[in-house]
Design a protein around this ligand. Structure first.
Ligand code: SF4
Length: 345
């Protein structure tokens, strides 16, 4: 992984995800980067189980993939894997169970909600003609997108229910605006024409395992080279945690490769919190390795689903876990396991 600048890509505008107008000339590539994150090159892979993989609040604003109809109700065995849920299992199998099998509710957090808001603003900004994608315009979108978010998820209002004077909300909004504005020091949206935004992807591997997720932005160069871009509202990870960041991106690269038959030329993480851009250029061997790891992970999930043995794995991240009260590591008792158990599997 590196912080170098991509030779890659812009593609024709497709704000509505419909095919581009014939003959439209894509803008030239332009991506800025900031200070070195020190992430080692050539480190693509899957995080070890002990590594903090998708840190708390992780959701980082990423919209969840559409619910799999077969897994919406409580007590259904999992049928597919997304990067977030794979990371949950690697972080703590019991956390995975609480989220995927028991589907226990979790309180919204200011950090994750701010991430959702910032993602919405960055996505909507591309609706405007290129020359109008300015910091001023982006900031002006923040409050409208917050209203839309509240409309679609009224439970988010509870975040600021005790904030009678509105100071906390005002501070939170200005933090979101600052993150949006920082993006302009990292990329130049007047010179970008994403091929896709908030793209839901899903594929089935030969083994039958279904992989799914949502990619923030896909750029396609005139040469056909694909760049996958992900926005993070947090800070770039320290080098020892870079595998976690890469995991999500190589997961998406694998899905795109399986869907389109093309290995993405570049994976790019844009860290708005620290003003850094991390990039990695995957090769097929990286993605084959990720596929093998995902299959092994899925085997472990299937086994735990059948036996009901979801071990807690306490780490520093427990501090952000909503389920401590029912976690045996903290003196709690998990709810009755809702699936039939096959002992000794
Ligand atoms: S508190 Fe820690 S060990 Fe317990 S379920 Fe949550 S993440 Fe796992």
């Amino acid at each position: 992984m590196s912080t170098s600048q991509p030779p890659v890509p812009e593609g024709p505008p497709r704000p509505d995800r419909s095919p581009p107008p014939a003959g439209q000339t894509p803008a030239p590539a332009a991506v800025a980067s900031a200070g070195g994150a020190g992430v080692p090159a050539g480190a693509a892979g899957v995080p070890s189980p002990a590594a903090p993989v998708d840190p708390p609040g992780s959701s980082d604003g990423r919209p969840a993939p559409p619910e799999d109809p077969a897994a919406v109700r409580k007590g259904r065995p999992p049928v597919s894997l997304s990067p977030s849920r794979a990371s949950d299992f690697m972080q703590c199998p019991l956390l995975y169970r609480f989220r995927v099998i028991d589907r226990l509710p979790e309180k919204p957090s200011e950090a994750a909600t701010r991430g959702t808001l910032v993602h919405a603003v960055l996505e909507r900004l591309f609706d405007a003609p290129a020359a109008e994608r300015t910091p001023l315009r982006a900031r002006s979108l923040v409050s409208g997108q917050w209203d839309r978010l509240l409309e679609s998820r009224p439970e988010l209002a509870e975040l600021f229910a005790q904030d009678e004077g509105g100071e906390r909300l005002a501070r939170w909004m200005s933090e979101a605006e600052a993150l949006v504005e920082r993006w302009f020091s990292l990329e130049d949206p007047t010179r970008l024409e994403p091929a896709e935004r908030e793209l839901f992807v899903e594929t089935e591997l030969e083994s039958g395992l279904r992989l799914r997720g949502v990619i923030d932005r896909v750029d396609v160069a005139p040469s056909g080279e694909v760049r996958i871009v992900d926005y993070k509202t947090g800070k770039a990870p320290r080098p020892e945690y870079s595998e976690g960041a890469l995991f999500q991106m190589t997961f998406y690269a694998l899905v795109v490769w399986r869907l389109k038959g093309v290995v993405p030329r570049r994976l790019q993480l844009v860290y708005l919190g620290s003003g850094e851009v991390l990039t990695y250029d995957p090769v097929p061997a990286d993605l084959e390795r990720v596929e093998r790891k995902l299959l092994a992970l899925w085997d472990a999930i299937v086994r735990a689903t059948a036996t009901g043995e979801w071990r807690p794995r306490p780490t520093k991240l427990c501090g952000w876990c909503d389920h401590r009260a029912r976690c045996p590591e903290f003196g709690g008792t998990p709810p009755v396991y809702p699936l039939p158990v096959v002992p000794g599997r």
